[in-house]
Write a protein that binds this ligand. Structure first.
Ligand SMILES: Cc1ncc(COP(=O)(O)O)c(C=O)c1O
Length: 329
């Protein structure tokens, strides 16, 4: 009974080693979950109090919006949605129970001022979905957030073969709430998956550095073309989010978005590009992309593509993209 490992749903030495390693990156307590959504659910269901209120981005990851609009609402939580680009202290009423931020946002790559929003004190708890940036690209807890939530399915594990998520916090009471929730709800990661994800941590910095360089090169190439519009990458000096992103991020990430004008052109591009795998996930060693409007849940044009740059040779990738664009005529 006194052993911490009396039953694997209660605790497991393999998760704990990975949690300690992630905790060193975050300077925080880390609680690992079965997926990014399991980590999000722990915050929305175990931290957000019934009968309180929450403000979320209207343009955040569609799975988070779906969950927030279902479960908390059924528990009497008033949920309001604000676009990330317009998220400022005046959009968060005083006494808000939970402010959920996602910066940069998925898929539109807008950015909000995390420090200003946390400092305003309008929300009792501020949580940031840090999946696009990763702890090596942005440190929400240093910017004043109470919780940093990451889908480790993406860059952290990096090989598109593991699902995992985690919550990081410097508040022991919050860590206990989500850890207790994990035990009772059973949203635990498998020990084997945790071991695999932990192994990937050694190459995170290398993969991220190469992916960010490739993303910057792809964004610059797309921006210079007349047949591509709406190019977004926070690292582009001309990007509307650049100034703020440069202040609060230490790298601009691997994700680029752009518009090819129509569903047909976007589908033809994805079919013609040989080095781009068509996939909805991102953050892997291989470049992937999808036509985001296919889900019908994000406010994006029909030809909008969200691309995640991988670790391929930059020259090969740029040549492939130019060739696929040329094939569109
Ligand atoms: C920004 C963001 N947060 C959370 C999630 C959920 O993560 P998972 O798929 O690991 O449950 C995703 C998934 O795509 C995401 O893009």
């Amino acid at each position: 009974m006194d052993s911490p490992y009396v039953y694997t749903r209660y605790g497991n030495p393999t998760w704990e080693r990975y949690e300690r390693a992630l905790g060193e990156l975050e300077d925080a307590e880390v609680v690992l979950f079965a997926s990014g959504m399991a980590a999000v659910a722990a915050v929305l269901l175990a931290v957000l109090e019934p009968g309180s209120s929450a403000v979320l981005p209207s343009d955040c990851y569609l799975g988070v919006r779906a969950l927030a609009e279902q479960q908390p609402a059924q528990r009497g939580v008033a949920v309001s949605l604000v676009p990330t680009a317009r998220m400022d202290p005046s959009s968060v009423p005083e006494g808000t129970g939970l402010l959920w931020l996602e910066s940069p946002s998925n898929p539109g790559l807008d950015v909000c001022d995390i420090a200003a929003l946390a400092e305003s004190g309008n929300a009792r708890i501020v949580a940031v979905d840090n999946t696009f940036a990763t702890p090596l690209g942005q440190r929400p807890l240093d910017l004043g957030a109470d919780l940093s939530v990451t889908s480790a399915t993406k860059h952290l594990s990096g090989h598109a073969d593991v699902m995992m998520g985690f919550v990081a916090t410097r508040d022991h009471g919050l860590a206990k709430s989500v850890r207790d929730w994990r035990r009772t709800a059973g949203s635990i990661p498998g020990p084997f998956e945790a071991w695999l994800a932990h192994r990937s941590l050694a190459t995170l910095e290398l993969r991220l550095s190469r992916g960010c360089e490739n993303a910057a090169a792809i964004a610059a190439l797309l921006l210079a073309r007349g047949d591509v519009s709406g190019v977004r990458y926070p690292g582009l000096p001309s990007d509307p989010a650049h100034e703020l992103a440069a202040r609060q991020m230490s790298r601009f990430g691997t994700i680029v978005s752009f518009d090819l004008g129509s569903r047909e052109r976007a589908d033809a591009f994805l079919a013609a590009a040989e080095l781009i795998t068509e996939a909805t996930s991102f953050g892997g060693v291989h470049t992937s992309a999808e036509r985001r409007a296919r889900w019908g849940q994000d406010e994006v044009p029909e030809g909008f593509i969200r691309l995640s740059a991988g670790c391929e040779d930059a020259g090969d990738l740029l040549t492939d993209i130019e060739r696929a664009l040329a094939a569109l005529g």
